[in-house]
Design a binder for this molecule. Structure first.
Ligand code: C2E
Ligand code: SIN
Ligand code: SIN
Ligand code: SIN
Ligand code: FE
Ligand code: FE
Length: 411
C-alpha cells in the first residue's frame, strides 16, 4: 500500500503522463488504465458528453479479458446514456458529483440515482463496488464520466473504493478532462483539415478516415507485439499513427474535382494524376517539426506502395516530384518501393485503407460482401501486402469489425 505522500507523487505523475497523449481514443484508454491501476479497479469505463448525452467510448475489464485467448481484445459496442438520474453515470454528469457505492445491487432507497443493470446483463459481469467521477474541466464543465468498477484488495476480493482515494481521483479526473478537451480540439482540427481535402468527395467522409486510422492502430499494435517492439514505443506509436493515418489521403486536396468525384472508373491519364495525392500529401508535412509530422509524411507518401514493388509513387522526392537518382525503373519513372523499403506505417495503412475501401461503397463501386473482401485481402499476401502485417490484420479482425460499427457511414 502506498502512503499519502507516495499517492500524491503517483497521481501527479499519472496526471502528467496523460498530457503527453494527443489522440482522443488513445487518451481515453490511458486515462482508464491509469485510474484503474491507482484504485485497484477490476473494470471501468469512460463516457464522454456528446450532443447533450453521455457516449460510452472506452471499456476495460480484467476478469473478462483473462477469459480471452492471449493478445485478443475485449469487444464491446458503444451506446449513449441520457444525462439524468436514471443511471449512475447519468447522475454524476447531471450533478457534477462523485458517487462511491459499495454495492450497486443494494443502493439505499433514498439515494437520488439508480443503477442500470442492463449493462451487466449484456456483458455477463457483476458490478459490486463502484466509483464514478465527473470529468470536470477547469471551467467546471462536465466533459465526461470516469466509472471505476469492483476495487480489489491484495487477495483479489472485491472491496469498496477507499474514501481516502477520492481527492486523488478527483484531481486526476480534472487533469483528464483538460486533456480530453484538448484531444477533442485536435481531432476536430484534423477533421476540418480533411474535410477541406475530401468534402468534395462525398463518399470519403470523416467516418472513413476515423475507421482507417483506428484499424491501422489495431493492426500495428498486434504486429508490433509479435515483433518485440517495447510497450512504451508501441504506446507512443499508436498515438502518432492514429492521427497520421487520418490524414493518409489529405493530398487529395490538390486533385481536381473532375477526377475526385468521377462516378465511374478512372482512365489511365486520370489515374496517373490521382496517384499524385501521395507525394502531394507528404509535401504538407515535409518540414518535420514533430513525430506527428514525420508519421503523417510517411503515411501519405507510402500508403499506396505494394510489398511486391508494384505500387506507387515509388522512390520519389516528394518536393520535386522527381525520381531519386539510382532508383529509376521502367521508362525513367521511380521504381516502386518493395518489402521493407516501405516503412511499417505505410504497410499498415495500406491494409487498413484497402480493407475499408472494399467494405464500403464508393462513388465508383458498391460495397463488397465480407467473404469477398476477406478472400481478396488474403490473396494479396506477399503481393499488395506485407504477409506478417496481414496476419496481424486477421488476428485483429473482430476488433476491426467492431470499429467499423463504431464509425458508421451516415453519422
Ligand atoms: P480509395 O477509394 O480510398 O481506395 C484505396 C485503395 O483501395 C485503392 O487504391 C485500391 O488499392 C483499393 N480499392 C478500392 N476499390 C477497389 C476495388 O474495387 N477493387 C480492388 N481490388 N481494390 C480496390 P488505388 O486504386 O490506388 O486508388 C486510390 C484512390 O484513387 C482511391 O482511394 C479513390 O479515391 C481513387 N480511385 C481509384 N480508382 C478510382 C475510380 O475508378 N474512380 C474514381 N472516381 N476514383 C478512383
Ligand atoms: C484505439 O483506440 O486503439 C482504436 C479504437 C477506436 O478508435 O475505435
Ligand atoms: C487494386 O485493384 O487496386 C489492388 C487491390 C489489391 O491489391 O488488394
Ligand atoms: C473503442 O471503442 O475504443 C474500441 C472500439 C470497439 O471495440 O468498439
Ligand atoms: Fe490514398
Ligand atoms: Fe482512403
Amino acid at each position: 500500500m502506498l502512503n499519502t505522500k507516495e499517492k500524491l507523487n503517483e497521481i501527479i505523475q499519472l496526471g502528467y503522463e496523460i498530457t503527453t497523449v494527443q489522440d482522443l481514443d488513445i487518451l481515453l484508454e490511458h486515462i482508464l488504465s491509469k485510474a484503474r491501476a491507482f484504485t485497484g479497479a477490476d473494470a471501468g469505463s469512460v463516457y464522454v458528453v456528446e450532443d447533450g448525452k453521455l457516449k460510452f467510448l472506452c471499456n476495460q475489464n480484467d476478469t473478462l479479458q483473462k477469459k480471452l485467448p492471449a493478445g485478443r481484445k475485449l469487444i464491446y459496442s458503444t451506446f449513449t446514456v441520457p444525462i439524468n438520474n436514471d443511471t449512475i453515470a447519468g447522475y454524476v454528469a447531471n450533478n457534477g458529483e462523485l458517487v462511491n457505492i459499495s454495492d450497486a445491487y443494494n443502493i439505499p432507497e433514498r439515494a437520488p440515482y439508480r443503477f442500470g443493470k442492463q449493462y451487466d446483463e449484456i456483458s455477463h459481469y457483476k458490478t459490486t463496488s463502484m466509483l464514478a467521477v465527473p470529468l470536470k474541466s477547469n471551467r467546471g464543465e462536465v466533459v465526461g464520466v470516469l466509472q471505476l468498477i469492483n476495487a480489489k484488495n491484495e487477495k483479489g476480493e472485491i472491496v469498496s473504493f477507499s474514501k481516502e482515494d477520492e481527492p486523488f481521483i478527483v484531481y486526476f479526473a480534472n487533469n483528464a478532462a483538460v486533456a480530453i478537451e484538448r484531444a477533442r480540439m485536435t481531432r476536430a482540427l484534423l477533421l476540418r483539415m480533411i474535410s477541406m481535402a475530401e468534402l468534395r468527395d462525398p463518399r470519403e467522409t470523416g467516418a472513413h478516415v476515423n475507421r482507417v486510422a483506428a484499424y491501422a492502430v489495431e493492426i500495428y499494435e498486434s504486429w508490433a507485439r509479435k515483433n518485440g517492439v517495447g510497450e512504451e514505443q508501441i504506446n507512443q506509436n499508436r498515438d502518432v499513427l492514429r492521427m497520421a493515418a487520418m490524414l493518409h489521403d489529405v493530398g487529395k486536396v490538390a486533385i481536381s474535382d473532375i477526377i475526385l468525384k468521377k462516378p465511374a472508373r478512372l482512365n489511365d491519364d486520370e489515374y496517373e494524376i490521382m496517384k499524385q495525392h501521395t507525394f502531394l500529401g507528404a509535401r504538407l508535412f515535409a518540414e518535420k517539426f514533430s513525430m506527428f509530422d514525420e508519421a503523417a509524411y510517411i503515411v501519405a507518401l507510402n500508403h499506396h506502395e505494394r510489398w511486391d514493388g508494384m505500387g506507387y509513387p515509388g522512390h520519389i522526392n516528394p518536393i520535386t516530384g522527381t525520381v531519386i537518382p539510382g532508383y529509376e525503373g521502367k521508362n525513367g519513372k521511380p521504381r516502386g518501393k518493395r518489402g521493407e523499403e516501405i516503412p511499417p506505417f505505410g504497410r499498415v495503412v495500406a491494409i487498413a485503407d484497402v480493407y475499408d475501401a472494399l467494405v464500403s461503397r464508393r462513388t465508383y463501386k458498391e460495397a463488397w460482401s465480407e467473404d469477398r473482401v476477406l478472400q481478396t485481402m488474403r490473396a494479396e499476401a506477399g503481393k499488395h501486402f506485407d504477409p506478417e502485417m496481414l496476419e496481424a490484420f486477421f488476428d485483429s479482425l473482430e476488433v476491426i469489425k467492431s470499429i467499423g460499427s463504431r464509425y458508421p457511414e451516415i453519422e
